[in-house]
Design a protein around this ligand. Structure first.
Ligand SMILES: O=C(O)CCC(=O)C(=O)O
Ligand SMILES: [Fe+2]
Length: 369
């Protein structure tokens, strides 16, 4: 992609796919002189909808990586060509995702270090988080509910009715099956919330039991597999909204959604799955028959050895996973063997994306891809 000038007046974008002219107003809105933009926060000091809609370019030239423009309203500005190309070319800071199954050779793992959050390594780890849907940080300090410090260094903790963080250990009369020693089949967390938590952190403080292994499944890989192998069943899962529900003494939480949600371009956007909490709607019997068949197929895939990875979280390990893409679970354990204690919390996607953009800017990485 490059920028070309025609007759000193027209700015063209020339990419392998197309050539098009940039509207002069689009450029004019991006002028960043001190009187038009507050230099402390990069925000406009005027309403761009009030600019002259017929504004034109009086003069344009390219010099040393800069595009110099004088507009017909007398404003001049020197743009970084790279800044313009970046905005024209790329919408998200995230690299392409990698679908995986049980053959995943190398889990994305990092050793935690103090001040890791402001490093290039963190940039790569966040990219890995989006590529694989999870990252494991090892040797994260286990004192003072550190999971919250960790979460607040990447983003902002999202408190829920379980509190800012929650304790995953076996307790009497639990208000959630996570707080028992039972096996948990692959699930996404809290599909009954509005909005559904984006990222889950699970920090292992103790793990003295033999079993209680953690399991992960790439929900997007499973959904793609189903799409390829059984278009009809895939379709019904993308079209049927299911009610998810959480009940305890003080609250009843509900939300509806498809087991496989697609975006406007029909790409997979989010998966939901929780056998403990789903309430299928009473749709017409034959339709429901198809839905039940489809649900069983995806359940079998989620539970199959083909897609699941299994590992033990060690003391200090912190698992960070994308709750809109991955399913997680655990094998049963015997609490009389010793302690198993995880601390968990949630953060939102805008935090991690925002950190990625910040680190990309800090280490000037954005032109290199
Ligand atoms: O005990 C575990 O490893 C996972 C528990 C769980 O699913 C959760 O806390 O969301
Ligand atoms: Fe969970």
């Amino acid at each position: 992609m490059k920028i070309e000038i025609v007759k000193n007046k027209k700015i063209l974008v020339n990419s392998s796919k197309e050539i098009f002219e940039i509207h002069p107003l689009w450029l004019r809105e991006r002028v960043k002189t001190d009187d038009l933009v507050d230099k402390n926060n990069d925000q406009r000091l005027y309403d761009p909808s009030q600019l002259n809609q017929n504004i034109e370019i009086k003069n344009a030239s390219v010099n040393n990586g800069h595009l110099n423009i004088e507009f017909t309203d007398g404003i001049r500005f020197k743009y970084e060509v790279n800044d313009l190309l970046y905005e024209l070319d790329k919408k998200e800071p995230i690299e392409k995702i990698i679908l995986w199954n049980s053959k995943l050779k190398k889990k994305p793992i990092a050793i935690y270090k103090k001040n890791i959050f402001e490093t290039k390594e963190m940039y790569n780890l966040l990219q890995n988080f989006y590529k694989f849907g999870f990252v494991i940080f090892k040797k994260v300090p286990i004192k003072d509910n550190y999971v919250l410090k960790f979460a607040n260094s990447i983003g902002t903790v999202r408190p829920t009715n379980f509190g800012e963080s929650f304790s995953v250990k076996s307790v009497p009369k639990p208000n959630d099956l996570a707080y028992t020693s039972m096996a948990l089949t692959p699930h996404t967390d809290n599909p009954y919330r509005k909005p559904i938590p984006c990222i889950q952190l699970l920090h292992c403080l103790e793990n003295q039991v033999k079993n209680g292994l953690s399991t992960l499944v790439d929900g997007f890989a499973v959904a793609e597999y189903l799409k390829k192998n059984n278009q009809d069943l895939f379709k019904i899962l993308t079209e049927t909204k299911v009610r998810f529900r959480f009940v305890d003494k003080t609250i009843i939480l509900e939300n509806w959604g498809e087991l496989i949600e697609l975006d406007q371009k029909k790409n997979i956007k989010q998966v939901r799955y929780s056998t403990r909490l789903d309430y299928v709607p009473a749709i017409e019997k034959n339709k429901l028959k198809k839905f039940y068949k489809a649900r069983k197929s995806i359940a079998n895939l989620y539970a199959s050895k083909k897609f699941e990875i299994r590992f033990k979280l060690e003391k200090g390990d912190l698992l960070m996973m994308d709750n809109h893409r991955l399913l997680h679970g655990r094998t049963a354990y015997n609490p009389s063997e010793g302690k198993r204690y995880l601390k968990g919390c949630y953060i939102d996607h805008d935090s991690t994306e925002g950190r990625l953009r910040h680190l990309e800017r800090k280490f000037k990485l954005k032109w290199k891809k």
